[in-house]
Write a new protein. Sequence first.
Length: 400
Amino acid sequence: MALYLNNDDQRRATSIPEALRLASNLEVAQINSRQWAISARGLNTTTANELLVLIDGRSVYTPRLAGVFWDVQDTLMEDIDRIEVISGPGASLWGANAVNGVINVITKTAKDTQGLLLEGGGGTELRGFGGVRYGGTLAPNVYYRIYGKYFDRDSSAFPSGRNATNDWSMGQSGFRMDWDAPNTNLFTVQGDLYSGQFDRRSPNGDVTADGRNVVGRWSHTISEDSDFKLQLYYEHTYRNTPNLLGESLDTYDIDFQHRSPAGERNDITWGIGYRLYDDNIHNTPNQAYFPPHSRQKVFSGFVQDKIALIKDRLHLILGTKVERNDYTEFEIQPSGRLAWTPSERQTVWTAISRAVRTPARNDRDGARAEPAPADRRRTHDRARRDRAGADHGSDATFTG
């Protein structure tokens, strides 16, 4: 299903997690002022590790905890075009970690956000917020927008009424530029920069987080039924919890997809991708990872064929994705789906799929407390030898 945010929805939701409450196929629970537990199909936790989340094609799935830090996933709500929520395993197209579903946040093009926007307000819980966005043109068919926003949220409270000491404040800015070039080409460059501070009940200081990202995308339309897309992005994130853990993560990603018909009944989509995680962790006596520096590489390729058994009514979708990661090496994730569309507003489908969750550093390299040097070597050697144990998911579903 796809979740579309209209103006009324945007006024009700002040963050992406709040907007996801509108999706009937998700479970969304707010833990405190800044932490959320969001998952599909039960087993909900703050690090739901089998739900893939993308923002404009950029994965925000953390390889250390195998989940999403929802407290730093933000943008102007007025700039969101739609949020797609896909139920069930989607690994044949989306890849690893899409075991229970996919959340895909898509923002508006710069062409659709022209002019000046100002917003602001405050209250008892959302004590203060403000945002500004301006969109304009640099040249014919070249559009841009820039934005900035800030908010300050009050602490949540215990049932007794005592302050939970988890105030949350964050500022974010960003830009997007779209060049709608001749010959059906669209070039996009966009990026974001944020910094936040999260209060906690500890004498060692507050949690801080900051990050930045830049995305480049080339979309080319070959014909009405054929197109391709090339995307590259880089992201840097840093999170520090005093006396517990500090982490710096750099992500490099390149992805190519091509869609083309084959005859009158087949619509084939294929693609290849590469991702590099460069992770550095600042260990403390309370929590440690060995080795503290890790470079994880993921290679992938997929193909999918949408077969029209009865045009516009009955489709058979077959596909598979092959990924190679540094933990479990090669993983094959096939999928088969039969979809019947009796009317424009109804679809009935059944599917059988296999999806995997790539093991996270927390599964293999993490330790509660820093071991002695000899134990540290054994922990590191054991992690290098351990190549098995990926979490697998399968799906056999009938829904309407």
